[in-house]
Every structure is written in C-alpha cells, then in structure tokens.
Design a protein around this ligand. Structure first.
Ligand SMILES: Cc1cc2nc3c(=O)[nH]c(=O)nc-3n(C[C@H](O)[C@H](O)[C@H](O)COP(=O)(O)OP(=O)(O)OC[C@H]3O[C@@H](n4cnc5c(N)ncnc54)[C@H](O)[C@@H]3O)c2cc1C
Length: 493
C-alpha cells in the first residue's frame, strides 16, 4: 500500500489530504503540521481580525474527520529533515516516518524586517499571530500597521473597524503597488482614510519602540493619501537633529511580505530558487517528492493565493492516486479581491501597462471612491482594476479568466446597465461556464445542477461544491444564483 506523507497541514496540505482520500480509500496518509490544533483557512484570518468571523468558523478538518477517513494527522509536530536515501522524514520529537510519496506543503512565513525592536511587533500570518494581535488590540489605544500590501490593508481596516485608531505605513509610493496603479492606490488610500485609517506612503521605518515606530529622518507627511478620521502621527518631540519622527502606537503589526518555507527541501539537496522548483506535475527533481502551495515555484512563479494552491493539490492527488495520470498544472491567472468592510476591490492581471503598450479604458471618480480600469491587448482583457462597488465584477473577471475577445463597446463594460452598455452581472445572463468561485473553480452551471439536485441555500451549495469556502468573496454571487433559481420555480429561498 502506498505511503503518502504530507509536510504542512495548511491550506494546500489539508486540501491535498482530502482530495487524495476522496479518490482513494486505501492509500496510507500521514500529515504533519507544525502549528498546533486543527487546520484553518488562513485567507479568512482577516475576517477573524475584523471580527466578522470567529476562529472556530475558519477551522477546516477536525479530529473526527481524520478518524473517519483513516488519516494520521500530527498537529504540532515539525518535520526537521528528509532522508531521501532511506525515504523517511524526521521530526523534531525524533520520529522517523517512511514514505513512498512525499509532498511538501510548507507554505510561507512572514518576512520580519531586521529592524531594532522588531520583537516588539506582531507579524500577521498565523492563527497564533491573529490571537496575539486581538489580545493586544483589546487594551491598545493606537495601532500601526507596517506594510500596505493586501494583508496590511486588510489588517488596518480590520483594526479600525474595531474602533482602534490605525496608521498604515508603507514604503512604496502607493498602496498595493503590485496589484494597483498609482491612482487606484490613491483612491484606495482615500477610501480607507474615510474609514479611520491614516495612510502614510513613501515612508521607511527605522525602529520599533516600546511606544511607537520611528521613521527614517526626513520622512515627511506630504505623501499621506488622506488623514480624515484619524489623528495625525505625532512628531518625535525629542528635537534631536537627524532623528526621525515617531508615530505613536502601543500595537505594531508587521505585514511586510511572505517568504516561501524551503529549508527542508534545500537541506535535502532539492532545487530551490525562490520556492521549491517543480515541474508541471508539481514534482521536484526527486520523482517521489512533490511540492505544492506557497512553498512551490512553478515556471518561475511562487503563487501567494489559495486558488493556485488548491489547483496544484488536485493535480498531485490525481497523479498520486493514479486517478488522473495526465493531470498537469499550467499556471494560474490571478484575481485578487480585498476583504475589507466598506471597500470593494478586485484587481487582476497586468494592471501596470501604459497606453503605449496596451489599450486602456479608465474611469476615476475619487470623491466616490471609484476607480475602474480595463487593460486590453489584441482585443482581449489582460488586466483590470475595479475599485468601489460595481455590478461589473463578475463579468470583467469572467472576460479576464477566459481571455476571449471583448465586445466593441469597452466603456459599456465599466458601466453595465447604462444605455448601450453591457448587462449588469446577473444570475440570469451569466453563462453556465462562468466561474463563480475562483478558489474552488466552481461554475454557475455546477451551482445550477447542484440546486437541481436539491441544494436550496448557500450552505448546501457550499457543502456540495465547496463554492464560498476559499476566500469567501463569491458568497453574494452564489446567494444571487440560488435566490434566482428558487424564484424561477416559486420556491422560497
Ligand atoms: C491574513 C491573510 C489573508 C489572506 N487572504 C487571502 C485571500 O483573500 N485570497 C487568497 O487567495 N489568499 C489569501 N491569503 C494567502 C493564502 O492564505 C495562502 O496562499 C495559503 O494559505 C497558502 O497555503 P499553503 O498551504 O501553501 O501555506 P500555509 O497555509 O502557510 O500552510 C503551511 C503550513 O505548513 C506548516 N509547516 C511549515 N513547515 C513545516 C514543517 N517543517 N513541518 C510541519 N509543518 C510545517 C506551517 O506551520 C503551516 O501551517 C491570505 C493570507 C493571509 C495570511
């Protein structure tokens, strides 16, 4: 009987285990997880921080599931080495576990910049981090979040939503610079400012103090995107020349990026670039060792989102169980959606191309917090930013996803429902092939057939298809489809 060992029981590892078990009841599975407790949906930690979900609601598989499915799960046990010759993994507590197939799903870890006083801050990556932030937030008077990428923005919004004055400090000139152009970053900053987050961009943090964060000397306030609703950062008051300003805070959260965890693979002599290098089968240079999720590097890319990790898990499950010997991973088209109450944002693809490189259709209405941009090349959508509420998200995402030709009326895509414009996203007009849940690759057609088999609400659809169980941003769309189907048949939703 094949012995499968999985290292890492995060989003990729836990998904792999359930995919493998669903395909093969016999394969022997052992999964090691360095974190204690049940695996959880890491992407939903932002909701826990914001108070819109409880820790219990984001937990995934429980002890009963493991027992029922004959999977040995070892939470709180770190694998420290791989003995490739003996085909065994070694753990911190001295256990040796033999494998025929080994899957590395060790994920990523928060980057903690080498700043004096960094130990006073909390990173934002794990459930433990989240609990530490919430405990500190209970008594804190002001918070600083360092890093204005997706996680930093979600953390800052979440803390502000709990009534804490928050300053978000970001090194680059605008927020989420990887996903957004400068104007979108500015509009996002203004929206957050209106929700109580003070934004300061273009600033370098020098030191974390007991009572705040010292900025590099000369870090002025001129780059702030907006200060409405938040008290301004206070100058140091020390008067010492060359010393940077101090932004006061008794809670400092670090959201300075994520680095793939690759030590095990590197020590075992496997190829590691940024991540563990894998081929289209997610296999490393050793045919019995695979890597998936945020620790893996496929075709030069390390993905930092759930959808690719789960696609990769499905490929490996198909190969390991021989239920799909032709399964291959070919890369993912990424759609990023912000989970910040009061700010709707979806960004996808090549948003930074200029008018010289692509056809750009853009609309900006800063006072309404609206910014919409389509980036088109050779008649196809290669990137988009949709900031502020719009009924076009589903249609635009679908066009990006499929890479098909765009309608001639580009502006109509940005203004669905207007005379001559495209139809607003609606369950009625959406084709059955439209991917509603990006994380789990669930189409409208699947939701419809699941409804036809008796699923009458979101929970039942989620149980049957897994739609809504990734980052959760498709919940409204699924609800809309279920409601429309019920309405058509005169069934109360
Ligand atoms: C706050 C937050 C919000 C996010 N929001 C989104 C979102 O909206 N959409 C989205 O798509 N993505 C989001 N992400 C990213 C997403 O959570 C990750 O892409 C995903 O968790 C990657 O899964 P993974 O299994 O590869 O890594 P992880 O989830 O990090 O799991 C890896 C696990 O392996 C364990 N491990 C590591 N080394 C060892 C070892 N030697 N022995 C045993 N165990 C080990 C770790 O402890 C960890 O539990 C978010 C992430 C965070 C932190």
């Amino acid at each position: 009987m094949t012995r499968l060992v999985v290292v890492g029981n995060g989003m990729a590892g836990a998904r792999l285990v359930s995919e493998v078990r669903a395909r093969d009841p016999h394969i022997r599975i052992t999964v090691f997880g360095a974190e204690a407790g049940r695996p959880y949906n890491r992407a939903l930690l932002s909701n826990v921080l914001a108070g819109t979900m409880t820790p219990g609601q984001v937990r995934m598989l429980d002890a009963e599931w493991y027992a029922d499915h004959a999977v040995t799960a070892l939470p709180g046990v770190e694998v420290t080495a791989i003995d490739r010759e003996a085909r065994e993994v070694l753990t911190a507590c001295g256990r040796r576990e033999p494998y025929d197939v080994l899957v590395l799903a060790t994920g990523g870890e928060a980057v903690v910049p080498p700043l004096p006083g960094a130990e006073r801050a909390v990173a934002f990556r794990t459930m433990g981090d989240c609990e530490a932030i919430l405990a500190a937030a209970g008594t804190a008077r002001r918070a600083v979040v360092v890093g204005g990428g997706l996680l930093g923005v979600e953390a800052a919004r979440g803390l502000a939503g709990r009534g804490l004055p928050v300053t978000l400090l970001h090194l680059a000139g605008h927020l989420m610079e990887r996903q957004l152009d400068a104007e979108a970053g500015l509009v996002l900053g203004e929206s957050l400012a209106g929700l109580g987050v003070e934004i300061r961009t273009g600033v370098t943090v020098r030191e974390i103090l007991g009572d705040g964060v010292r900025l590099a000397a000369g870090a002025g306030r001129g780059t702030a995107a907006g200060t409405a609703g938040a008290t301004a950062a206070s100058p140091s008051g020390t008067g010492e020349p060359g010393e940077g300003e101090v932004v006061e805070a008794d809670l400092v959260v670090l959201a300075c990026g994520v680095r793939p965890v690759t030590r095990l693979a590197r020590d075992a002599g496997l190829a590691v670039a940024r991540g563990v290098v894998v081929d289209d089968e997610m296999r490393t240079g050793d045919p019995s060792i695979f890597a998936i999720g945020e620790c893996a590097e496929h075709d030069g890319v390390v993905y930092g989102l759930v959808a690719p990790a789960w696609e990769q898990a499905a490929v490996v499950a198909g190969l390991v169980t021989a239920t799909d010997r032709t399964a291959r991973y070919r890369g993912s088209r990424l759609v990023t959606r912000l989970k910040a109450r009061g700010v709707e944002l979806a960004a996808m693809g090549e948003t930074h191309l200029t008018e010289d490189e692509a056809e750009i259709v853009r609309f900006s209405h800063r006072t309404r917090g609206t910014y919409r941009k389509l980036v088109i090349r050779d008649g196809r959508l290669v990137g988009a930013i949709l900031l502020g509420e719009t009924p076009a998200v589903g249609t635009v995402t679908r066009l990006f996803d499929h890479g098909g030709p765009l309608p001639a009326d580009r502006a109509g895509l940005l203004f669905p429902g207007l005379a001559g414009g495209a139809a607003a996203d609606s369950p009625v007009r959406m084709p059955d092939t439209a991917r509603v849940c990006q994380c789990n690759n669930v189409t409208k057609g699947r939701i419809r057939s699941c409804w036809e088999s008796g699923a009458r609400d979101v929970a039942a659809v989620a149980a049957a298809t897994r739609a809504t169980t990734g980052c959760g941003s498709c919940r409204d769309a699924v609800e809309g489809i279920v409601g429309w189907l019920c309405e058509q048949e005169g069934i109360p939703a």
